[in-house]
Design a binder for this molecule. Structure first.
Ligand code: ADP
Ligand code: MG
Length: 356
């Protein structure tokens, strides 16, 4: 199922920018990669070149990180049978970050959930409900503390535990957004916006100095929004159980797996949006990737954790970010750091609460 969120997010942003001053518009691009629609918009002399470079970088990342491409670095790791394997800079950063955020979220995020994701058919689009016996066996493989990372004089190496495999689907698009942010900076794009299937990055403000307007999709309706975020120089990443799912015997099974049960997470949340300033990453948090990577890992993890644990984690202040949670009983919870940057949708059926 192709994801529509990116389109909605960008459409709203562009509608906002067109009503601005009379200056010429941004360079724009769209591509399909990492199983999702990606949109780019970049102001400035080198906007066009920046988008070309961003596209190429994303294709490179896809070739390295895809689980379904036999020759990707991730596939090589998955096929190495627990042997130490040389990995490039991108995989190294992603593995380090994934382990950091797994530990931070009490293992709600765990890239070694891959065999379970596959058992449900989400890797190959051949969906099925696995037996409890199969899940019990596969769950013994889910434990990212068994991933070993080693920096040697000739480069970086990684090994999975025996029988394990990894799936970077919950973090790769966030990392890609960090990489595009870097490219925008290199090309002098001080104003721009990207949406990589629900992973949004806005560079600076719009050319007229106003904030970018980013729509937060309504969970069950890709053409509706729960509200609008006014963002400057920030990341906003949304995860939801409606992005990829199948139905069997009247029950819906989605693609975000609770590593504790092996089942699609049923936490009472329909959707989690994580927002962080582009300068918010702390240098000592052990994360070598960027803030987009963090937001992507947390959007998946907090969806698994549910309202109470997610808000406890936010309140702990261990990482700087804000949240918009949509619950299955129709509430939209907005953490207070976003209070003056989030506008509820007019006439919405949701009830809105600010959380502190
Ligand atoms: P999307 O890819 O739809 O934007 P997410 O960022 O939430 O959504 O990532 C979901 C993907 O992450 C799944 O398709 C799967 O590949 C992987 N995944 C599922 N459950 C987990 C989990 N608990 N921890 C880490 N990765 C997960
Ligand atoms: Mg994610």
């Amino acid at each position: 199922m192709m994801k529509q969120l990116g389109c909605l997010l960008l459409a709203l942003a562009l509608a906002g920018s067109l009503s601005g001053c009379g200056s010429s518009g941004p360079a724009e691009g769209q591509t399909f990669a990492m199983d999702t629609v990606m949109n780019f918009s970049a102001y400035g002399e080198k906007g066009e070149d920046a988008i070309t470079a961003a596209r190429e970088r994303i294709y490179q990342l896809e070739a390295e990180l895809s689980r379904t491409r036999e020759d990707s670095e991730v596939s090589q790791l998955n096929q190495a049978g627990g042997e130490m394997t040389a990995v490039g800079d991108d995989v190294w950063k992603l593995l380090t970050s994934a382990k950091t955020y797994s530990a931070a979220t009490g293992d709600a995020f765990d890239i070694t959930v891959a065999p379970v994701v596959s058992a449900w058919g989400f890797t190959t689009d051949t969906y099925q409900v696995p037996s409890q016996a199969e899940l019990d066996t596969l769950l013994q493989l889910v434990d990212d503390s068994r991933i070993q990372l080693e920096q040697r004089s000739d480069g970086c190496y990684a090994a999975l535990g025996q029988g394990q495999s990894i799936d970077l689907g919950g973090i790769a698009k966030g990392y890609a957004s960090d990489c595009v942010a870097e490219i925008f900076a290199q090309y002098g794009v001080e104003s721009g916006m990207i949406s990589l299937g629900g992973n949004v990055y806005v560079s600076g403000a719009k050319p007229d100095g106003s904030a970018w307007r980013v729509g937060v999709q309504a969970p069950q309706d890709s053409s509706a929004a729960v509200g609008i975020l006014d963002l400057t120089d920030a990341y906003a990443v949304t995860s939801g159980g409606y992005q990829r799912y199948f139905e069997q015997d009247g029950k819906r099974y989605h693609h975000i797996i609770d590593p504790a049960t092996g089942y699609p997470a049923e936490s009472g949340l329909l959707q989690v949006t994580v927002v962080a300033g582009a300068d918010a990453a702390r240098e000592d948090d052990g994360n070598p990737a960027g803030t987009g990577t963090m937001c992507d890992a947390f959007s998946t993890a907090l969806f698994v954790m549910g309202e109470e644990k997610a808000l406890d984690f936010w309140r702990s202040g261990a990482y700087e970010f804000d949240l918009i949670l949509v619950t299955d009983d129709g509430r939209v919870l907005v953490t207070d750091g976003l209070a003056d940057r989030f506008t509820p949708m007019d006439g919405s059926e949701y009830s809105y609460e600010t959380v502190s």
